[in-house]
Design a protein around this ligand. Structure first.
Ligand code: ZN
Ligand code: ZN
Length: 311
């Protein structure tokens, strides 16, 4: 994933960094490419603040009372968009978002004049299948493995994807074994009313399960580290559902069509694309008649900065 350098929003007499290093920051959600290790004065949802704490990042309050709306982004628990109004103009920053519905809902789209939109899948080739169809395919694959006495390992990012997969498995009556960090984050989900059932793979309780053809959800980056020695000679089947997957395309992000749909519904008169295929998305939007630019050079960043001074 390409992360474009920071954007600063000047508004209500305050410089606010958008998911970037600044004294005062808006944090759209608690993924590591949007938070920094340092404790900062933070505007974020209470869920994000709690998730950041669990991930080892303390936050402080912004002293000034800000008039800003945080809209659901539907990306992961606590993910929000920032919408601010001033001088009769509206500016919206989407952060990471999606429009397809899942356990954390979908992004709310409101009218805006200026839009800073993520572009992770900003190329026309990224069109995802229906979410429910993908859920069905994953479930069928897991059940088939169980029938064949095969161990199933689903790779899933520790915040968001893992909980979506736990929920999917729970619907089938399966309680998956999960990595330690996934267990901690899932507890936060449960604190906010989710009823996720899982077993920490490092716990005593997991020992019996590990002898069966169990289902496990682990971070794709920690499988070697977290998967204990399997003492049986059972086969293991592994896949990581994601937007980049060839097998199960399941993403927490908008696909190309959703990005376009968002821009159209927002009626934005100027669109700034960031975070991913920003150039490609901007050029596709231009073809459709939108005033769109990629936030990838200093000129555009300066323009964005100056534009926002008036808000
Ligand atoms: Zn994210
Ligand atoms: Zn991101």
């Amino acid at each position: 994933m390409i992360f474009n350098p920071p954007s600063i929003l000047n508004f209500q007499g305050l410089e606010l960094g958008l998911d970037c290093k600044a004294e005062n920051v808006f944090i759209s959600h608690a993924h590591f490419d949007h938070i920094t290790k340092k404790s900062r004065k933070t505007l974020a949802s209470k869920e994000t603040i709690e998730l950041m704490k669990v991930r080892g990042v303390e936050t402080q309050k912004i002293e000034k009372e800000l008039k800003a709306e945080l809209l659901n982004a539907g990306h992961v628990l606590g993910s929000r968009q920032l919408r601010v109004e001033g001088d009769g103009q509206v500016f919206t920053y989407t952060g990471d978002f999606k429009l397809s519905d899942s356990i954390t809902g979908k992004a709310e789209v409101r009218q805006t004049d200026y839009l800073l939109i993520e572009a992770t899948y900003g190329k026309p080739e990224y069109v995802f299948p229906e979410r429910n169809e993908v859920y069905d395919n994953i479930t069928k694959w897991v059940k088939r493995n169980q029938e064949l006495n095969i161990i199933t390992i689903l790779g899933g990012y520790e915040l968001g994807k893992a909980q979506e997969l736990i929920h999917l498995m729970n619907k089938e009556g399966i309680t998956p074994l999960v990595g330690g960090e996934i267990a901690k984050i899932s507890e936060v989900y449960n604190h906010y009313g989710f009823n996720l059932k899982f077993i920490d793979i490092n716990s005593e309780e997991a020992q019996e399960e590990l002898k069966t053809s169990f289902v496990s959800i682990l971070s794709p980056f920690k499988i070697k580290k977290e998967l204990p020695q399997i003492k049986s000679n059972k086969k293991i089947d592994y896949t990581t559902p994601s937007g980049w997957s060839k097998k199960f395309i399941l993403s927490d992000h908008a696909d190309f069509n959703e990005l376009i749909e968002y821009v159209e519904a927002s009626e934005a008169k100027k669109v700034f694309c960031t975070h991913g295929f920003s150039k490609e998305l901007a050029s596709e939007l231009k073809k459709k008649g939108f005033n769109a630019v990629a936030v990838d050079d200093l000129k555009v960043k300066t323009e964005l900065r100056e534009l926002m001074v008036s808000v």
